[in-house]
Design a protein around this ligand. Structure first.
Ligand SMILES: Nc1ncnc2c1ncn2[C@@H]1O[C@H](COP(=O)(O)OP(=O)(O)O)[C@@H](O)[C@H]1O
Ligand SMILES: Cc1ncsc1CCOP(=O)(O)O
Ligand SMILES: [Mg+2]
Length: 262
C-alpha cells in the first residue's frame, strides 16, 4: 500500500470537485479540506465544463439528487471522461430504492468510472445480487462480500470499495481488506460520503486508482480509529468533529502504525 500518497496529496492540494448531497455537504467539504485537498461543490449545469477542467477529480454522491440534477450529473461526468478526470461514484441507498438504482445504472451505462464506493447493500444492488438493504445502511444479506465486490468491479470495469467492518477494495481480480477497530463511524451520518470524497482526492493525485482507493480508505479508517481510542465515552457529535480534526493531524507514521490490512 502506498501510504506516502498522503504527503503527495498534501503537496499537490488537488482540486476535488464534488457533487454532494444536502445532508452531509459540510462534513465532506471540511473533511477533505482538513486532509489537504481543495474542495469545490456545484449543482449548476452551465458551469460543468470549466469546473471539470480545473478539477483533479470528480466525486458524485447520489444521496439526494433531484430529477433536474440528473442533467447536471450527466454533463459533469461526460466532461470528466472527455477531460480524463477520474470519477468516484457513491451510490447512496441504491439497495433500498429502485428509482435510485435505475438512475445510477443508467449513469454507469453512459460513462467510465474510476471507483464505486458503497456499503454492502449498495454494492450488492449494483452487482445484481440479492440483499436486504436498510435505507442508507448496509442491511443484511448472505452473499460472499468479496465475490459481490469483484462482480461489480468486473461489470463496471472499475475499482470497488465495499465498506463495512472490513473494507473490501478490489479491481475485480486482486482484493485488499482493511480491518476496522471501531464502529463509531456509524454514529456519524456522512462517514461513507466522507470516505468516498477522500477516495476522490487520492484519485486526483494517483493514476493507479486501486492504489489510490487503498490509501484513502486506510487513512480515513485510521483517522476514525485514533479518535475512537482518544474518547473515554463514545459521543456521536464529538466523533464527527474530531474526525475532521484527525484528518488534519494524521500523518504517514500513524497510518503505518495502525492500519490493519492484507
Ligand atoms: N461495522 C463496522 N465496524 C467498523 N467500521 C465500520 C463498520 N461499518 C462501517 N464502518 C466504517 O465506516 C465508514 C463508512 O462506511 P459505511 O458505514 O459502510 O458507509 P455508509 O455510511 O455509506 O453506509 C468506513 O470507513 C467503514 O470502514
Ligand atoms: C441521511 C441521508 N439521506 C440522504 S443522503 C444521506 C446521507 C448519507 O450519508 P452516508 O451514506 O455517508 O451515511
Ligand atoms: Mg452511504
Amino acid at each position: 500500500m502506498k501510504i506516502d500518497l498522503l504527503d503527495t496529496l498534501r503537496k499537490k492540494n488537488p482540486i476535488a470537485f464534488n457533487i454532494s448531497n444536502f445532508v452531509t455537504v459540510q462534513d465532506v467539504a471540511n473533511g477533505i479540506n482538513a486532509l489537504g485537498a481543495s474542495p469545490i461543490m456545484s449543482e449548476e449545469k452551465n458551469e460543468a465544463e470549466p469546473m471539470v477542467q480545473m478539477a483533479d477529480s470528480v466525486t458524485v454522491n447520489l444521496g439526494a439528487f433531484t430529477e433536474g440534477q440528473l442533467e447536471q450529473i450527466s454533463a459533469v461526468t461526460t466532461f470528466a471522461n472527455q477531460y480524463k478526470k477520474p470519477i468516484v461514484i457513491d451510490p447512496v441507498a441504491v439497495g433500498a430504492v429502485d428509482y435510485r438504482k435505475e438512475r445510477c445504472n443508467e449513469l454507469l451505462d453512459q460513462i467510465d468510472v474510476a471507483v464505486i464506493r458503497g456499503n454492502a447493500g449498495e454494492i450488492a444492488a449494483l452487482a445484481d445480487v440479492e440483499w436486504n438493504a436498510k435505507g442508507i445502511d448496509a442491511g443484511e444479506g448472505n452473499g460472499d462480500l468479496e465475490e459481490i465486490a469483484k462482480k461489480l468491479a468486473k461489470k463496471r470495469n472499475c475499482v470497488v470499495v465495499e465498506s463495512g467492518k472490513t473494507d473490501i477494495i478490489t479491481d475485480g481480480e486482486a482484493v485488499v481488506r482493511i480491518y476496522n477497530e471501531t464502529d463509531l463511524f456509524k454514529l456519524h451520518v456522512g462517514s461513507g460520503d466522507m470516505l468516498s470524497s477522500t477516495i476522490g482526492c487520492f484519485c486526483g493525485v494517483e493514476h493507479d486508482y486501486f492504489e489510490a482507493a487503498q490509501t484513502a480508505t486506510a487513512v480515513f479508517d485510521v483517522a476514525g480509529e485514533v479518535v475512537a481510542k482518544s474518547m473515554a465515552t463514545p459521543l456521536a457529535g464529538s466523533f464527527g468533529v474530531q474526525l475532521i480534526d484527525e484528518l488534519h493531524l494524521i500523518d504517514i507514521k500513524t497510518v503505518e502504525k495502525f492500519a490493519n490490512f492484507d
